[in-house]
Design a protein around this ligand. Structure first.
Ligand SMILES: [Zn+2]
Length: 228
């Protein structure tokens, strides 16, 4: 009885995995790993602070942040791309306090993820420390929800903050993108559980209209439509 049931369970397990085959049949070629369904690309509006007439980071620096985020998010079916590029005034280049961070809310645009690149970002809990990035929400209006990255950040900082934006907390697993502990940059990644959470959050943001797919994004106000 026990043996029969165990054998039956094994058969069921095999058939549910699609592993049963007729005796003598040729082995099927291995299917490629199934990727999660592709979600629409989420637009980033990136504002770079200017200091002494120049941006606090180079185009290459910014491109690296975006491409690292794309590389690490795409295996989980989450897609982001830069949709807009703006400037921040010099008075907002060095963020020292929570009030300074709140001040960026005046630049927040609708239907995009807002990213602000600054020269420096002081920790607001321990002012002896500087931060590389933060996901920040205005207490009095939680819809003012944005990412701040400092010029001193490592290339995966934007991706880490997007990980927060898409619903993940910190991880203690070495080389997880949501962990502070890294010993091999080539191994830094999200895990599948985090990927599921990010897809769920992205779908919710899209369905509530908090973000719109990049190809449906309206031009910012004040720009003339192209002449026919
Ligand atoms: Zn974090």
């Amino acid at each position: 009885m026990g043996m029969t049931r165990r054998a039956l369970c094994l058969v069921l397990a095999c058939s549910s995995l699609g592993l049963t085959s007729k005796l003598g049949a040729q082995p099927q070629p291995k299917a490629p790993p199934k990727l999660p369904p592709k979600l629409p690309t989420v637009p980033l509006s990136i504002a770079v602070a200017e200091l002494d007439g120049a941006g606090v980071v180079s185009d290459e620096w910014l491109q690296r942040q975006v491409s690292e985020a794309q590389r690490l998010l795409e295996p989980h079916g989450v897609f982001v791309a830069q949709a807009r590029r703006r400037r921040l005034p010099a008075r907002q280049a060095k963020l020292e306090t929570a009030v300074d961070r709140d001040g960026l809310a005046e630049h927040v645009q609708q239907q995009v993820i807002n990213v602000f690149i600054v020269k420096s970002l002081r920790d607001v809990d321990d002012p002896r420390l500087m931060r590389q990035g933060v996901r920040w929400r205005l207490r009095r209006n939680l819809r003012k929800d944005y990412i701040i990255v400092a010029a001193s950040a490592m290339p995966t900082t934007l991706c880490h903050e997007l990980g927060h934006y898409f619903g993940n907390g910190h991880s203690s697993v070495v080389n997880n993108i949501m962990s502070y502990r890294r010993d091999d940059p080539a191994k830094v990644a999200f895990n599948d559980r985090q990927g599921i959470k990010m897809r769920r959050t992205t779908r919710a943001l899209l369905s509530r209209g908090r973000v719109v797919p990049i190809d449906k994004l309206a031009k910012p106000k004040g720009r003339k439509p192209p002449s026919p």
